[in-house]
Ligand binder design. Structure first.
Ligand code: 13P
Length: 254
């Protein structure tokens, strides 16, 4: 099996002013592991992207949290894929559960954004995950299979391999409830099996799949110790630069 480089991605959501964002970047810039060992990514609010890209060090990478799928147009308040790309960001979160819940993101718009990301050479971090009621009614696998099938429609095997998937059970986001490492790993294995069904074993073996949802400095190691968890997408706890370095260090030892 090919060695998968771990990914630690912070999702800042709607946190941090310009000064707070710069303070974070300066605190972690020289300390994150080299890119060949860990991909360290900060997904920041769009208005800060250009500023952060100019200040990022050699090993830190910057991502956006959302974009429109259209090339351009009369969409007040939105950012186009080309605008994200020319800001210097390299990654794009697609289909985060907060965008699905609050901003009408659907599996279909997720798919359009996947295509837009590859057209503009952005690396998608595709977020999938089930609601609590879906987990409790044993429909997690069906929900994830459907999210993945639609997200990857028309996406080539090469593009699929370049995608990073983030499995974020909705009930674990910002709630302090983490999926147990075994539960997260089992679900991520199911996701990998679905990728294999869609694209074959080489893509399934190579694609990075992250866990997200109440990841903290005290649970990162046990999560990363699992066979199929290739990193983490972290909200609240990754706002603190010291925590971010705990996460990247843990990934270095995976
Ligand atoms: P928390 O780490 O704050 O639970 O957020 C997870 C998340 O939504 C990352 O995208």
């Amino acid at each position: 099996m090919s060695k998968r480089i771990p990914v630690i991605a912070a999702n800042w959501k709607m946190y941090k002013t310009k000064d707070e964002a710069l303070a974070f970047i300066f605190a972690v810039n020289e300390k994150v592991p080299t890119r060949d060992k860990v991909e360290s990514v900060v997904c920041a609010p769009a208005i800060l992207l250009n500023l952060l890209v100019k200040r990022e060090g050699d090993n830190l990478r910057i991502g956006a949290q959302n974009m429109h799928y259209a090339e351009e147009g009369a969409f007040t308040g939105e950012n186009s894929p080309a605008q994200v790309k020319t800001s210097g960001a390299e990654y794009i979160l697609i289909g985060h559960s907060e965008r699905r819940s609050y901003f009408n993101e659907t599996d279909e718009t997720v798919n359009l954004k996947m295509h837009a990301a590859f057209k503009h050479e952005l690396t998608p971090i595709l977020c999938v995950g089930e609601q609590l009621a879906e987990r409790e009614s044993n429909s997690t696998k069906a929900v994830l299979d459907s999210q993945l099938e639609i997200a990857f429609k028309g996406i080539s095997a090469e593009q699929a391999l370049a995608t990073i998937i983030a499995y974020e059970p909705v009930w674990a986001i910002g709630t302090g409830k983490t999926a147990t490492p075994t539960m997260a790993n089992d679900t991520i294995k199911d996701i990998r099996a679905k990728v294999e069904a869609l694209y074959g074993k080489a893509v399934a073996d190579g694609i990075r799949i992250l866990y997200g949802g109440s990841v903290k400095p005290d649970n990162i190691k046990v999560l990363l110790a699992e066979s199929d968890i290739d990193g983490a997408l972290i909200g609240g706890a990754a706002l603190d630069p010291n925590n971010f370095l705990v996460f990247t260090d843990a990934a270095l030892n995976k």
